[in-house]
Design a protein around this ligand. Sequence first.
Ligand code: MD3
Ligand code: FE
Length: 215
Amino acid sequence: MHADLFGTHANGAVLPLADGAAVLRGFALRDEAALLAALRAVTARAPPRRMLTPGGRRMSVWMSNCGELGWISDRHGYRYAPRDPLDDTPWPRMPASFLSLAARAAARAGFPGFLPDACLINRYEAGTRLSLHQDRDERDFAAPIVSVSLGLPALFLFGGMRRGDRPQRVALEHGDVVVWGGASRLRYHGVLPLQPGIHPALGACRVNLTLRKAG
Ligand code: MD3
Ligand code: FE
């Protein structure tokens, strides 16, 4: 366990957040180079874009996907789709480094055998936020969700089962991995507006990989 050069957290620590949810500090750092190379390859083919909400507003987060299914939002609603609506081609394949990291992180948190079929890539710039929501577009809520934070740090909001429940604030840094499953799978969550900064790996942004079993 050690503090890394640009972060303040004790890498290697496992912090239980609630029943079924845990933060694995620095869990992605050993795979950093492979993850960043794979991320660049995916976003070169499927560029992040700001999707439209069903209500016709543009989300502030830039999004792309890889894997068999990708999460999309447009006038018709939120859903998973096998093809990128920008060019009607399949989403880029899930990189082996993403699959392997997700499976190891899930197992470490008590969810062996996790095999995600969808990875949503969220890119935040200064001021970008994600308001409190539940993830409920997946077919079955038995599988956990694994999220990997890269680049600038963010304050994550981990709420309860009702939108009005007061959320815990969790600081997430480059390399942190969070596993959400079991009794925490349907908790409300969000991200506070990103503070401006420059991170050595990704520059002026934060990227979050959200790995799910969607189909
Ligand atoms: C807590 N993204 O894309 S996943 C999302 O930082 C999303 O971009 C977050 O929330 C981000 O939907 C990171 C965090 C997450 C995912 C599922 C959860 C937290 C969760 C399910 C239950 C509780
Ligand atoms: Fe979410």
